[in-house]
Design a protein around this ligand. Sequence first.
Ligand code: XMP
Length: 514
Amino acid sequence: MTNENVIVLDFGGQYNQLIARRVRECSVYCEVHPYTMKLDEIKAKNPKGIILTGGPNSVYGEGALTYDRALFEMGVPVLGICYGSQLMAHVLGGRVEHAEVSEYGKTEVNVTKADSALFGGVPQKSICWMSHTDRITRVPEGFTVTAETKNCPVAAMENAEKKLYATQFHPEVMHTEHGAAMIKNFVMNVCGCAGDWQMGSFIERTVKSLKEKIGDGKALCALSGGVDSSVAAVLLSKAIGKNLTCVFVDHGLLRKNEGDEVAAVFGEDGPYDLNFVRVDASERFYEKLKGVTEPEKKRKIIGEEFIRVFEAEAKKIGKVDYLVQGTIYPDVIESGLGKSAVIKSHHNVGGLPDYVDFREIVEPLRLLFKDEVREVGRRLGIPEKLVRRQPFPGPGLGIRIIGEVTPDKVKIVQDADAIYREEIAKAGADKDLGQYFAALTNMRSVGVMGDGRTYDYAIALRAVMTADFMTAESARLPWDVLQRAANRIVNEVKGVNRVLYDCTSKPPATIEFE
Ligand code: XMP
């Protein structure tokens, strides 16, 4: 890695990914590492700057996460955020205490040092996002207070000479009005980055290194038609051409026309040369899912069956040296750093197994965020419709049909979903939506159509806004869009006589229904 880089040291904050994303938005490469990363390892990466994240601890609590003072004495600029700011104060001899009043949420912040490099271009008063119970009550020697709020006398501090900066609030979250500008100020003005992380050069470099790595070897890719696996496949194809084979398994749980759409772009008649193999395995999946109603069991069956089908195809191709996966940076951060409870056993059709006889896994996108993957996709000429595709879960409609999955139910949910998406697109209402889809509830109710009684299914519509899919807010879709979609669904989709809108957030609900 020859790019300029900034390191984010994770102290257990909720927003560490967001910090990295904000830095990347400045075209500066950024990696997130656990706070246990050794100083020598940090030095070896030659970072232009270091950012310390928030975290749930108290700096003076038992077993508090900490870092050696030497981190602040390397001459590398440091920005401490929330817990990171308290840690900076504590380690360098300031004082941190429990605040009488904790601050949570949007808070007015007053910049008290107008010429602070961190606040260049930021108005004196603006809104920031606070979330803390401890606060700094005395800044370390050599530091100046640069911002305050009503209940937090040290909302920001700095030692400009040593290039050490800290904010009690979270500049990385969008609720901090000028947060992105503050991070940009730190990265560009304090750290002196020029912004050399560009997706065009990423493609060039990646293709070159894939060529060197794989040479004449053979690679196999499970192509789902999602953004990540599609971009990974096209990158690989640019690097190794004919030696790549892409297998697209149609499990019969795709959205309406999706199989054909994927085949049109990546198949023989499309612009790419991917050795595209389409396997129609719907019957197999429907057979295995017959009579199964329990969500986790359905997920397991779909995941396992997928592997069986893929395995059978791989055998036909013979020995492969490399298995291509569309892993992206949030997956790396989540699996490497966090510990979380299993809510659902996610199965990603792009993320496959340990059974195929291959030497190594290739993950060309493992350093990219989703928006960066999309940008790479655009530059590779992948159609916008695919590049902007909303995430679609590996188990597909199998987890959007509550209870038993049958071909008839698949057809109902496919048709309803297509209408819903069409209406949203027509109204241009998808701008802030992270994900939106129709699901088939397991509930039937009485309705009246023409002069007759009906006893049919209810479709649930969902639309969420989310930054990271870990939490989500139900979207306030315009009523007329919902009504038009509902009208069309009950009129055009046989077997449906009622449409419900899901206005729960995550948590406590999840985005998908199962
Ligand atoms: P939940 O339902 O857990 O979903 O709130 C969060 C995000 O993950 C997607 N999702 C999956 N993606 N395989 C995937 O590749 C899965 O098994 C799976 N389950 C959920 C979901 O669509 C949402 O974007």
